[in-house]
Each structure stands twice: as structure tokens, then as C-alpha cells.
Ligand binder design. Structure first.
Ligand SMILES: Nc1ncnc2c1ncn2[C@@H]1O[C@H](COP(=O)(O)OP(=O)(O)O)[C@@H](O)[C@H]1O
Ligand SMILES: O=P(O)(O)OC[C@H](O)CO
Length: 495
């Protein structure tokens, strides 16, 4: 009898493979980093071969660790860094250019032009997104226009476009399946989230031939079989979702109003909004949470660029700490209501501010300020930025948010999670399985294979490891948050 589901989590800095038991427990894990390429200021690329080879390598490794053959694997689930854009030749499989990563800003001027031409409302109405280089649409436009000979080949129908999920599915099925799921499609700025179709008007504006685009499927669906060469015997690819949506699923946020926040390099807070696509007036994104049986569950999303990355800066940039984990010990030496604020706007500010020109600052220092206070301020900045997102959600009319489920590498930091609960004045729940992104992909595949009949059944597997409850009094919380807002307005004036 088959025993495991293989989840592939192709992320921005590393690729992971995890074997989950059918009950949703991670049994074996393999992870491999790959190089980042920065050919020019603001450009970020990945070599497509690195994405593929690390996928092959971690899948082989995790199976070797488990000491099993591929027959013991029921299905494969895929989750991926979103928005990252690839174009490849459908006959040779050769990419025409490197993958352009979601963080890449090379199309900023094009986006300014598109906004000046009045595209903002149209894009927001149709796709739920902002006109921003973050999304795939302008990246495809760049590849078609800037890489020699590519436009003609695309017009001839020789080339395919895909986000990382599509590319891996195409490689895994030996070029037989060119597909994506609705959550990944929703991040391209080319997909109408209401009609669930590629949008011909937006494709036309960006000059992208419709024949290049993948078929859009449900998150739990038949994505074909992996080729026998991949792991020794063919396996069904049965679940696909972008990584932040997969985490929403893995956190079992199945009811409208349930919300998760993932604290890795950045932070992505996503709230299930049910069958209503809530259009934000506060620059949050409206997106697809998941699509099952053709039915869309929408979500509201806020993205912050610097969460765990602030710890990396404290460690590698100004060397105040040796390991990210030191931050917890140092912060514990400080008063939680200390007056130092660190605004980590190193690459501008994400939601809800979307200020690409903002830059970082440390304010509120006195002669007593020491390393511990600055490190604590770094951890607190993650809480304050999450509060900014919460305020934006509230002012968009969200009233149902009663707890926040958290995951990602940073959530092992109890001090940071306690501060998060305090500043949000909400209970913060940390699950037993913190690999929720991969778990989400595995659970989608399990659903497709009929191992579970309903979301209610899946929900029963979610277990809370620890709840952090707010302990600070209201007056202190508001004084602290008002200090953060003053620090923020200071940097906006500088920029
Ligand atoms: N104990 C800790 N306290 C605070 N931050 C931490 C701690 N341990 C890891 N981190 C941060 O978590 C991040 C890694 O989380 P991860 O979920 O693996 O990120 P990603 O998937 O984006 O690469 C790093 O930026 C690191 O600085
Ligand atoms: O790969 P991650 O975990 O950094 O996530 C990246 C996001 O999907 C970008 O939208």
C-alpha cells in the first residue's frame, strides 16, 4: 500500500521536498539552496536549470532517506514561489531567458507608463492586483520585447509561458502538460479573477499571444503523471498552489475571516474572504485563495518585504547578532515598551504603503540605547508592519478577524510572537506542523486522490502547538503603535 504524499516546495532561495504521511505528518525532508543572480541594480534572476535540478535532487534525496521506492508515493503536490516568470521553447524545452524573479524591478518604468495611461482601475477590477513589476505580466512583456528574436518565435506559436509551477509540471510530465492552477494564474496580472479566464484585453495591451499561456486548473486536479524516468515509476501530480495560498490551505483557514501570516524572508498575510472578492481601498491585493471543483474561494492579501530578512541584516549587515536566534535572548533583556523603532524599508515599503522609494531608519535612540534595544526594535518592526496590514483590512470592512495563525522560519521566536499578539491585540496561534506551505500542497493532492472527502475532515488535522495571548494594556499598545506611525511618517518625508 502507498504511504506518502510527496510535496515539492520550490521557493525563492531554496527547493524542498517533504514526504507527508496520509495523516499530514512530515516524515522526511530534503532542502537545497541555489544561486541568486543580480545582473543589474534591481534585477533578480534564477537559472531555470537550477530550479529543475534542485527539484530532482531533493526528490531523490527524500526518497533515499525514507528508503522507499516510488510505488510508496500516492501523489505529488507542487507549491512554488509565485509571479516568477519563465518562457521556453515548446519543442526543445529550452528557456529563452533566465527566470525573472518576483522581486525584480526592471519593469518599474513600464508600470509607471501603464499607470499614467489609466490602467490602474482596469487591472484592479479584473485581476485584483496593482500595476506593479511584482506580477508576471510586465515580465513576460519584457522577455518578448527585449530578448532578440523571441517576439517572432512567440507569434509563430513556438514558445510557452509559465510560472514556476507550470515549468516544473511541464518538465515532470516530459512536455506533455502545460498547465497552472488558479492561484498562480491570479498573480500574473493577466487573469480575470471573476471570470476565471485569461483576459484578452490585458494580453493585448501587453502584447502577449494567448497561445503561450497554460491551461488554468483547480488546485486539486489531474495535472498528468510524472515521467517514469523522474522517480522510477509514474506518479500523479494532483495538487498545485502558489506558496502563500498553499500555506492558507495548510493552516486550514477554510472559513471566511480566517487569516494566516507567514514570516519567512518577508511576510505574507492572507485572509479567506469566502466567495466574495473583497476589493481593497487600502492597497491590499484581492486574489484567489484556492479553487476546488470550479468554485473559487477568494482572499485578501498584504505583502511585507522585510520580516526575517531584518534579522539577516542585523546579523550579516551590521553584525549586531551572530545567529537569528540570538535576537530572542537579546530582546528578552529589554522592556517591551522601549522607545526605539527600526523601520526596515531597505527596499521600499510593501503593503499597504507601496512606497518603492522609502528607505530604512532607526529612530528614538537615547544615550542608554544598546544593541539589545535595536535588535528588539527589529523584531517589533515585524509586529508593527503586521498591525499596518490589520488596520488596512479593518478599514476595508473586515470585522471577523479573531485570531491569526502563523508559520514560517521566524515563528519559533517566542518573544516576537508574544509582541505580535500584544500589538495586534489578537491571539496568535502557532501550529504543530510549521511546514504549512508544503502541507497545503500535499493536502490538495490528498483531496484530489479522494483520501479526504471534505475540508472539514482536513481541518481536524490542524493542531495548535502554542497560543500567544495579548497581555499589554490598551494604553501602552496605542502609545507604542502611535510611535511606529510617527517613525513611518518620518521616513516618508525623507523619501
Ligand atoms: N529564532 C529566530 N528569530 C527570528 N528570526 C528567525 C529565527 N530563525 C530564523 N529566522 C528568520 O527566518 C527566516 C527564514 O525563514 P524561512 O521560512 O525559511 O524563509 P524563506 O522560506 O523565505 O526562505 C530568515 O530570514 C531568518 O532570519
Ligand atoms: O518563496 P517565498 O517563500 O519567499 O515566497 C515568495 C512569494 O510567493 C512571492 O509572492
Amino acid at each position: 500500500m502507498s504511504e506518502y504524499i510527496l510535496a515539492i516546495d520550490q521557493g525563492t532561495t531554496s527547493t524542498r521536498a517533504i514526504l507527508f504521511t496520509h495523516a499530514g505528518q512530515p516524515a522526511f525532508i530534503s532542502q537545497q539552496e541555489f544561486p541568486q543572480h543580480f545582473p543589474h541594480d534591481g534585477w533578480v534572476e534564477h537559472n531555470p536549470d537550477d530550479l529543475w535540478q534542485t527539484t530532482v535532487s531533493v526528490c531523490h534525496d527524500v526518497i533515499a532517506q525514507a528508503g522507499i521506492s516510488a510505488e510508496k508515493i500516492t501523489a505529488v503536490g507542487i507549491t512554488n514561489q509565485r509571479e516568477t516568470t519563465l518562457v521556453w521553447d515548446k519543442n526543445t524545452g529550452k528557456p529563452v531567458y533566465n527566470a525573472i524573479v518576483w522581486q525584480d524591478r526592471r519593469t518599474a518604468d513600464l508600470c509607471v507608463r501603464l499607470r499614467a495611461e489609466g490602467l490602474t482601475d482596469k487591472v484592479r477590477q479584473k485581476t485584483g492586483l496593482l500595476v506593479d513589476p511584482y506580477f508576471s505580466g510586465t515580465k513576460v512583456h519584457w522577455i518578448l520585447n527585449e530578448v532578440e528574436g523571441v517576439r517572432q518565435r512567440a507569434e509563430n506559436g513556438e514558445l510557452l509561458f509559465g510560472t514556476v509551477d507550470s515549468y516544473l509540471i511541464w518538465k515532470l510530465t516530459d512536455g506533455k502538460v502545460h498547465a497552472t492552477d488558479a492561484t498562480n494564474a491570479a498573480r500574473t496580472m493577466l487573469f480575470n479573477i471573476h471570470t476565471q479566464q485569461w483576459d484578452e484585453e490585458l494580453l493585448d495591451i501587453l502584447g502577449i499571444p494567448v497561445a503561450m499561456l497554460p491551461e488554468v486548473k483547480d488546485c486539486a486536479a489531474d495535472y498528468g503523471q510524472t515521467s517514469a524516468e523522474f522517480l522510477g515509476s509514474p506518479l500523479p501530480i494532483a495538487g498545485v498552489a502558489g506558496d502563500q495560498q498553499a500555506a492558507l490551505f495548510g493552516q486550514a483557514c477554510f472559513q471566511p475571516g480566517m487569516c494566516k501570516s507567514t514570516y519567512g524572508t518577508g511576510c505574507f498575510m492572507i485572509m479567506n474572504s469566502g466567495d466574495t472578492p473583497l476589493l481593497s481601498h487600502n492597497q491590499l491585493l484581492t486574489t484567489v485563495g484556492y479553487r476546488l471543483g470550479g468554485k473559487v474561494t477568494y482572499a485578501l492579501e498584504g505583502s511585507i518585504f522585510m520580516a526575517g530578512a531584518t534579522m539577516q541584516w542585523l546579523r550579516d549587515g551590521i553584525k549586531l547578532i551572530e545567529h537569528a536566534a540570538d535576537s530572542e535572548r537579546l530582546a528578552a533583556q529589554c522592556r517591551v515598551d522601549q522607545s526605539v523603532y527600526l523601520v526596515p524599508a531597505f527596499t521600499g515599503l510593501g503593503a499597504p504603503h507601496w512606497d518603492p522609494k522609502a528607505r530604512g531608519a532607526i529612530v528614538g535612540m537615547t544615550r542608554d540605547t544598546g544593541i539589545a534595544d535595536i535588535v528588539a526594535a527589529g523584531l517589533q518592526s515585524v509586529g508593527y508592519q503586521t498591525r499596518d496590514l490589520l488596520e488596512a483590512m479593518k478599514s476595508d470592512g473586515v470585522k471577523t478577524l479573531t485570531t491569526l495563525r502563523v508559520d514560517g522560519g521566524m515563528v519559533i521566536n517566542d518573544w516576537a510572537m508574544q509582541f505580535l499578539a500584544d500589538i495586534l491585540q489578537l491571539p496568535v496561534e502557532r501550529p504543530q506542523v510549521t511546514e504549512t506551505t508544503a502541507l497545503g500542497a500535499a493536502m490538495l493532492a490528498a483531496l484530489q486522490l479522494g483520501l479526504y472527502d471534505s475540508l472539514e475532515q482536513l481541518q481536524q488535522h490542524w493542531q495548535c502547538e502554542k497560543t500567544f495571548n495579548a497581555t499589554l494594556d490598551d494604553e501602552t499598545v496605542e502609545r507604542l503603535y502611535s510611535g511606529w506611525q510617527k517613525a513611518l511618517s518620518g521616513i516618508k518625508q525623507i523619501s
